[in-house]
Each structure stands twice: as C-alpha cells, then as structure tokens.
Design a binder for this molecule. Structure first.
Ligand SMILES: C[S@@+](CC[C@H](N)C(=O)[O-])C[C@H]1O[C@@H](n2cnc3c(N)ncnc32)[C@H](O)[C@@H]1O
Length: 445
C-alpha cells in the first residue's frame, strides 16, 4: 500500500512556533519546548523557530511600530513570529502573502488568539504595504539591527572591540555539525574512508580528532555511532581533553575529576585519551547524570558518575588529591548562540556577573583538591570576559600557588591561534569557548 505522507499545514507549524516563542519570552528554553512538539511537526517547527529567534530583534521593533500597545503574550508571539519570517524578503521561507494568510489561520484556530485574528491580519497586511518605510524607522535600533538585546551588543563591543561585529554576524548563522573520531578505534583518515564507503561526504579534518561534516545528519547515519566510534562534539569543545592531559605524565590509575560533567562529552574524550584513568564525573542534576551514563556506555568506557554539588567537596571527596581537574563551569552559554539562538533572549544583563561568582566559588573549592604539580582546566562556553579572563585573573591574584600555562583564552571566530596567550585568539569554525589551564606549584626541594 502506498501511503502518501502529507506535509503539515503551515498554520499548524506557526501555532507551535508562536507557542515556543511565547515560552522563550517567558524565560523557558527552546530545546524543552521543541521536545514537547509532536514528532511529525518537530523538524518544521524547529526550522521556523530557529529562524524566528535569529530575527526576533527586528520583529519586535516592527511589532512595536505596528501595535504600540503590546498585545497579549500569545498574540504578540504569533505576530512577532510572522514578522520575523517575513521581514527579510530575500531569506523568507514563504512568500509574504502566504505567511500572512497562514498566520491569520493559525490565530483563528486557537482559543488564545482567536479574538485577535483580525488585528493580526491588519498588522501584517500593513507591514506588507509599508515594509520599506517601517524597516527604515527601525534602523537606528541596535536590537533590531543585530537581532540581539541591546545590552548584549554593548557588552560584546566592550569585551571584544576588534571582533564584536563579526561575533554578532556569525551568531546569525547555523553552526556546522562536527564530530570527534575515537582515536582508540580509527584514525581521522580511516573514519573519512568509512564515511565515503557509506556514501557520505568525507568531512573536513579539524584538530587532532575532529571532522567538520559538510552537512548535518541524524547521528544514527554516522558509521559506528552506536558503538562509540564517533561522537558529536564541537571543535572548540574537543580542545578540553588534550589541553588538560597533554604534558601531564600519563600513568595508569591517574585520578581525574570532571567536576561539571553532563552530558559527558568531555568525560568521554578524557577516557578515549586515557582509558586507564580513574575518572570521577560529578553532576548536580540527577536526570543529566543519566546522559553521562548513556554516553559512556556507548563509548565502552568507565567512570564513577556521582550526582553531587562540585562546590561541596566535603560531601563527596575521599581526601585523595586529583592529578587533573576539568571545571567546565555553568555559564551563560553566550558562546553557543549559533546552536541555541534562544539563549540571547533568555539571559538577563546581570546573569553573567552572578554566574561569575559561582564560577569563582567552584574554582576556590576545587583547587585544594588538586595534587601539587597537577593541572586544572577551567572552561566556559561563554564569550563574555566576566566569565573567562576576569574569573581567572582574579583567581591568580588570590592564589600564589597557581600558574597559568599556555592557554587559548577566549576562542573567537576568524582570528589566528596565538599559543601562550590568554587574549583573543581562535581557529575559525567552532563555538566560542574560554580556556585557562592552571598548574599547581610542586613543593620546592
Ligand atoms: C557546561 S555543562 C558541562 C558540559 C560537559 N562538560 C560536556 O562536555 O558534556 C555544565 C554542567 O554543570 C552542571 N552543574 C552546574 N552546577 C554544578 C555544580 N555545582 N556541581 C556539579 N555540576 C554542576 C550543570 O547541570 C551542567 O550539566
């Protein structure tokens, strides 16, 4: 029997997109909203809501012109979604009149927006008629121009005076899918051959074990994914394990603490590099501990996984010092905006300072657990200096036993790596991380 699969109607996708946007504007993560969307609609809703998140600054500025009195949250979200998808004719996924009629249909067919379907229709039709004049009125608004909150634009300008515009432009693009080849099983070149044998493009080698794929694809299509031959991991995240382990004398049973471990991407990489190490992987969130177990099981490696607060070592530390500590600290995630375009709308201006206090506290509590001569790698996927350089400079001032080893510092796009510096440098196609490698002085003779 030939069963034709019908594409879902656009109005239905727009209803879910509007609901997702409303949730983000109320402070909830887009990932959680998308997980709740029926599977048949999810790819379409994800594509639309990602585009809306990337164009929401412009859309909100237009909505404020079209409807100076802010409508209800559901109407506002649907109206902004349609405007975000329609304003840039060159990149609009559908013709303007289709978007308008389907947005109005979406409004009519749900209780929260039904009564305002005519209002949405009037706003959107006026936008189509007066597009150029309305867009011209938003030009001086940084939030509309950059599609990021104005405070975020200002912070990037202050933190990265050379790169802030590139960062904001890059944040509007989709990130590539990058994988880490398990070098215990195959070389990068061998895995490229496996990809080609499976009829897939070979990808571009990045770093010692990375491959940037030409096109994103479901993980099940990656040869050997289920057996742990390969893992999905951004190129910047792939730097953590080598940075921490290279230069440390490897010995069976070396003790490594991964203090903030879920979902276990870096834990797995540490164990691929040091299969005999004793790794303790801590995670405060019980549900996320499950993700670590799943990842390690797939890779066929072992670690002790504990649900615990890294900031309370008295509750979990056995008193034996660690040779290496990875502190991949909780942060604003401002450096992964290409993969999570909702983050910019979720954060508040003082989040970064609050998180910096937590980051400093975690560093202070974990440092005493490090053996003399041992190394601690501090990292965040934040592009803000308050969560990177500032945390480390303050830590170094309080700790005379700590030495900063050559570290990448803030990894930004489009700049050259400068080994040994802690300033702005980077490799290109990767998320924007901060890395600082600290070493504890060994006792004198
Ligand atoms: C940036 S993510 C870690 C990503 C992970 N290292 C990887 O590569 O897959 C930070 C993690 O730290 C956890 N976390 C936050 N505060 C913590 C704490 N006090 N103790 C332990 N884990 C914590 C969060 O729940 C989150 O899963």
């Amino acid at each position: 029997m030939n069963v034709a699969v019908q594409a879902p109607p656009l109005w239905q996708l727009l209803q879910h997109t509007g609901a997702a946007v409303q949730a983000v504007l109320a402070g909830k993560s887009l990932t959680a909203q998308l997980d709740a969307v029926p599977a048949a609609l999810r790819p379409g809703v994800q594509a639309l809501s990602f585009q809306v998140m990337r164009q929401l600054g412009q859309a909100r500025a237009l909505r404020a012109l079209l409807a100076p009195r802010k409508p209800s949250p559901a109407v506002d979200a649907l109206l902004c979604s349609a405007l975000a998808l329609a304003w840039n004719e060159a990149e609009a996924p559908y013709p303007g009149h289709t978007l308008v009629s389907q947005a109005v249909e979406a409004a009519r067919r749900q209780r929260q927006t039904q009564a305002q379907a005519g209002f949405i229709n009037a706003c959107l039709r006026r936008f189509l008629r007066e597009r150029e004049a309305l867009l011209a009125q938003t030009q001086s608004d940084p939030q509309a121009h950059w599609n990021h909150p104005a405070w975020w634009v200002e912070r990037l300008r202050t933190d990265h005076p050379q790169h802030w515009q590139t960062l904001l432009e890059q944040a509007q693009k989709a990130a590539p899918m990058t994988v880490r080849v398990n070098l215990q099983r195959a070389s990068v070149a061998q895995y490229q051959q496996r990809l080609q044998a499976a009829g897939l493009p070979p990808g571009l080698a990045v770093g010692p074990c990375g491959l940037q794929l030409q096109q994103a694809l479901p993980v099940q299509q990656l040869p050997g994914f289920g057996q742990g031959d390969v893992s999905v991991q951004d190129a910047a995240a792939q730097l953590a394990a080598p940075l921490l382990l290279q230069g440390l004398p490897a010995r069976p049973g070396m003790r490594i603490l991964d203090a903030c471990a879920a979902p276990g991407g870096k834990t797995g990489h540490l164990l691929e590099m040091q299969p005999d190490a004793q790794v303790l992987a801590l995670e405060i969130d019980g549900k996320r501990c499950e993700r670590i177990h799943q990842n390690l099981q797939r890779l066929g490696v072992r670690a002790e996984v504990r649900q615990a607060d890294a900031g309370q070592p008295q509750a979990w530390w056995d008193g034996h010092p660690f040779d290496a500590i990875l502190l991949d600290a909780p942060c604003t995630a401002s450096g992964i905006g290409r993969r999570h375009p909702d983050v910019r709308w979720l954060r508040r201006p003082d989040d970064s300072q609050q998180l910096a206090r937590t980051q400093a506290m975690l560093l202070d509590r974990l440092w005493p657990l490090l053996a003399p001569g041992g190394r601690l790698l501090y990292c965040t996927c934040s592009v803000f200096k308050s969560e990177g350089e500032a945390v480390i400079q303050a830590f170094l001032q309080r700790n005379t036993q700590a030495r900063l080893r050559p570290s990448p510092g803030h990894l930004l796009p489009g700049t050259r790596p400068a080994p040994g510096s802690v300033g702005d440098n980077g490799l290109g196609e990767h998320d924007w991380f901060y890395y600082a490698l600290l070493e504890k002085d060994a006792p004198g003779p």
